[in-house]
Design a protein around this ligand. Structure first.
Ligand code: PAF
Length: 284
């Protein structure tokens, strides 16, 4: 595995591989790798001749008072996991190279970014699309892989790629859960034992919603009420949003259809967690 921090060098290395006809699969991350990331790497390994992984905690996607400074980081552990997962190119760009002092260009997707996380984290998706666009320009991957846990992020990135005619195939992979159902997230390490127990209300409420749908309930308001009631039983958990949206437009829906996704964001103590589920699919 080659570890490259220099932006120019990474671009040249990837360009050379492309010229040799190698297919580059790319997994952009902020590090502190977990099983969710490893599933992306595994799929990338299958789909590309070259597997590239980036680790960069992107400052411009964090708002004031968010956890940029404390976001978990462990590059040594990540490198070991990356090597074991068959990564060929580990890209760890430096902040000052990606964002020189006079950096002044951003990519922003409108519409899809105004609901859900976009409401509570203004500027977040602009930071995500800007860095992903930059990373795509440097690596120029044939395929890029993202987790469906960040459902809105995936939709926004797909839209950016479509609207800006970027020549990359974007694939979204299923949420990877812990044995007890908690969605894997780098932020899970922040949870105290009791908070972690209470955080199970998320997956529990997704399961409850699915049971209601299977029993014939299609009124979104009824399902949302049941979900909110379940989550509110946990005193450490504060709801940020509980919404049923169309999976493509991310607009709220009154009636559940095959395209409905239930999306949740909560604060558990000081930890923000998100989860989601397409209501007509089974929860794995
Ligand atoms: O999902 C993440 O880890 C980040 O938002 C991403 C896509 C790597 C951009 O910084």
């Amino acid at each position: 595995m080659e570890n490259i921090s220099d932006v120019k060098m990474m671009g040249q290395r990837c360009e050379k591989l492309r010229r040799q006809g190698r297919r580059i699969a790319f997994v952009p991350t902020m590090g502190y790798l977990h099983e969710g990331h490893l599933s992306l790497l595994h799929e990338g390994r299958r789909r590309g001749d070259i597997l590239a992984l980036s680790i960069f905690v992107n400052p411009i996607q964090f708002g004031v008072g968010e956890d940029f400074e404390t976001y978990p980081r462990d590059l040594q552990r990540d490198s070991d996991l990356a090597r074991a997962a068959g990564v060929d190119l580990l890209f760890t760009p430096r902040r000052e190279d990606l964002y020189p002092e006079d950096f002044s260009t951003h990519v922003s997707v409108s519409g899809l970014t105004e609901n859900l996380c976009g409401r509570s984290r203004p500027g977040h998706f602009r930071g995500v699309t800007t860095v992903v666009c930059k990373l795509f320009n440097i690596v120029r991957p044939h395929i890029a892989l993202f987790g469906r846990k960040d459902f809105q992020q995936l939709a926004v990135i797909r839209r950016m790629v479509r609207d800006l005619d970027m020549a990359v195939e974007v694939r979204g992979l299923p949420i990877i859960r812990e044995k007890d159902g908690l969605a894997r997230s780098s932020r899970n390490v922040y949870l105290e034992a009791e908070e972690r127990r209470q955080a199970l209300a998320l997956v529990d409420s997704l399961r409850l919603a699915r049971r209601l749908v299977l029993a014939g309930e299609s009124r979104a308001a009824v399902i949302l009420q049941a979900v909110a009631d379940r989550i509110r039983r946990e005193e450490a958990v504060r709801i940020e949003y509980v919404q049923i949206c169309h999976q493509d437009t991310l607009q709220d829906m009154e009636w559940v259809t095959a395209d409905s996704v239930l999306l949740l964001a909560v604060q558990v103590g000081r930890t923000r967690l998100i989860d989601n589920h397409i209501l007509w699919e089974e929860i794995t």
